[in-house]
Design a protein around this ligand. Structure first.
Ligand SMILES: [Zn+2]
Length: 182
C-alpha cells in the first residue's frame, strides 16, 4: 500500500487528487470517518510531530491537524497540510472537502476503507459468513457484508453506517451552502 514515490514536495499548492491524508494523533475520529468515506488515511496514535511531517512529506500525504505549531512545521518544509479549526467533525470534513473540491460523498461501501486500519474492503462470500462469526440476525438482515483484507474486521450497513450516511449528507449541505456564499 505504501508507495515510496518521493519527489520534492510543495511544488504544487495542492497534493494529488484524490488526496491521501495523514491525520495527526489528535484526529482519530476524523481519520476513521475519512476512511469510511473511502479516503486513504494514515493515523498513528503515538507518533512525534517530526515523524508525521517526515512520513507525510515522503508519501505526499496531506497532514490534517488542529495544532498550529505542527502546521507551521508543515509549511516550513513546504509539505501539504490543512489546519483544521472546526469544532466538530462535520465542519472539519466540509473544510477538507472544500479545500480539495471534493464533491459531497455518496457513501459506497465498496470504495470505503477499514475504519480501524485503513485496509481495503472486499465483499464477503455468503458461504464464509458463518465462519466469519457474522451473527444469524445480521446475515438475514444484510445482503452485503464486507471484510477488511488487512485486519479481517467485518462491516455491514447497520445503524452506524446510517449515521455516517447522515453525516455525509450534512457535510454535503455545508459544502453547498458555503459555495453559494462564495
Ligand atoms: Zn482493517
Amino acid at each position: 500500500m505504501v508507495h515510496l514515490h518521493v519527489k520534492s514536495v510543495g511544488q504544487n499548492p495542492l497534493a494529488k487528487i484524490p488526496p491521501a491524508f495523514f491525520a495527526d494523533a489528535m484526529l482519530g475520529s476524523i481519520a476513521r470517518k475519512l476512511r469510511i468515506f473511502g479516503f486513504d488515511t494514515i493515523y498513528i496514535r503515538d507518533i512525534k510531530d517530526e515523524e508525521v511531517v517526515s512520513i507525510a512529506s515522503k508519501l505526499e500525504r496531506v497532514i490534517l491537524t488542529c495544532d498550529k505549531e505542527l502546521f507551521k512545521r508543515v509549511v516550513k518544509v513546504r509539505g501539504y497540510g490543512i489546519l483544521l479549526s472546526g469544532i466538530d467533525d462535520v465542519d472539519n470534513l466540509a473544510y477538507i472537502f472544500a479545500k480539495y473540491t471534493i464533491k459531497p460523498i455518496d457513501l459506497d461501501t465498496i470504495t470505503s476503507r477499514c475504519a480501524l486500519c485503513n485496509g481495503q474492503l472486499e465483499n464477503a462470500k455468503i458461504e464464509d459468513l458463518e465462519s466469519m462469526g457474522i451473527p444469524p440476525k445480521v446475515r438475514l438482515l444484510h445482503r452485503e457484508i464486507f471484510r477488511c483484507v488487512s485486519c479481517n474486521k467485518n462491516y455491514w450497513k447497520g445503524n452506524h453506517f446510517n449515521q455516517l450516511r447522515n453525516m455525509a449528507r450534512l457535510v454535503g449541505i455545508k459544502l453547498d451552502t458555503s459555495s453559494r456564499k462564495g
